[in-house]
Design a protein around this ligand. Structure first.
Ligand SMILES: [Zn+2]
Length: 327
């Protein structure tokens, strides 16, 4: 049974206190009991956390990599420019190195200042009453590694200390280990300043050498994508395969971690053609339920609310208040 149900909210209106109140109420009506809401965090942090507490849902502060240094890519890959799938899984090995669509590369989270900035951000979030931290964007824009001077130096040390390992294999393992190390350090710090701190993440951008590495992160709930936002929509068979692996192997490295399949859903504005039907969303949630998952993440709440049919199905499947979404 799914006990932990989280939504990420990026496009909900958030200009007034009434907006925040309404957003939290809608999350409850959809059946969620955990919520990340980036805009409410920056504009009304203490109101947001107070309303979540009152409503009986957990509040999560979103943390993205922050560093003076940007990720660096091997030249030919960066020249390939943007990936049409906006950071979803690269369709084939030929697409590795096509960086995700952004104005500039993401920050290099291997840099020491990234961990220091994250610690400060988390400390402030807990002061503001947040129950937990939601890590996002701790991955490589080119799907496999950063080649900044610091990463190059550390990578060479890793390769030298693993004689006998093929160079590309060592390169990939090093890159994966750096993602893991960041989360290990950040989660340990969060728990050191707030013993009952909750942690979650969204595995993003995809890490092509090992797509389902999320169970290596010591977070309470690991959001691993099983259904991506954009066309071509992932086949139901793939959603089932990924959900089963994410749940079956959730505690392989950390006994208390729960694999939490992530469903991405967009349906409005420039993404209106990426809409999926309400019944399709029901099927996806039911697949996740039948995998035995104890956690789920659904994104994005502003898009979900823009589609009353999808809202109603989610409320039905997650134990919310479907009558709130009847026309
Ligand atoms: Zn780097």
């Amino acid at each position: 049974m799914i006990k932990w149900k989280m939504t990420w909210a990026w496009t909900l209106p958030c200009l007034t206190e009434a907006d925040v109140e309404s957003g939290v109420q809608k999350a409850v009506e959809l059946g969620f009991n955990a919520m990340e809401w980036s805009q409410a965090q920056s504009k009304f942090p203490t109101l947001f956390t107070a309303l979540c507490k009152k409503a009986g849902i957990e509040s999560y502060y979103c943390v993205n990599p922050s560093s003076k240094a940007r990720q660096k890519f091997l030249d030919p890959e960066y020249a390939l420019q943007e990936n049409p799938h906006c950071g979803g899984e690269p369709p084939s090995a030929n697409d590795i190195g096509k960086v995700i669509s952004r104005k500039q590369p993401g920050c290099c989270f291997v840099q020491p200042d990234c961990l220091e900035n994250t610690k400060k951000t988390m400390a402030k979030a807990f002061q503001d009453g947040f129950d937990g931290i939601a890590f996002d964007f701790f991955g490589y824009d080119n799907f496999h590694g950063c080649y900044c001077p610091l990463c190059n130096e550390l990578r060479e040390k890793y390769i030298t200390s693993h004689p006998g390992m093929e160079r590309q294999e060592a390169d990939h393992r090093f890159s994966e280990d750096m993602i893991v190390k960041f989360h290990v350090d950040a989660v340990a710090y969060a728990r050191s300043i707030k013993a009952d701190a909750k942690t979650t993440c969204h595995i993003y951008p995809s890490f092509y050498p090992n797509l389902l590495y999320g169970n290596r992160l010591p977070v309470d709930y690991c959001g691993q994508t099983v259904a991506w936002f954009f066309k071509p929509h992932w086949p139901l068979e793939k959603i089932k395969k990924y959900s089963d692996i994410v749940v079956r192997e959730e505690a392989l490295y950390h006994p208390n971690s729960k694999g939490s399949p992530f469903i991405g859903f967009y349906c409005k504005d420039k993404f209106k053609d990426d809409v999926r039907s309400a019944e399709r969303i029901r099927e996806e949630i039911q697949i996740i339920k039948s995998s035995g998952a104890q956690g789920i993440q659904m994104v994005e709440m502003g898009h979900i609310l823009a589609d009353p049919g999808v809202s109603k199905v989610i409320a039905q499947e997650l134990g919310g208040k479907p009558e709130a979404f009847s026309k």
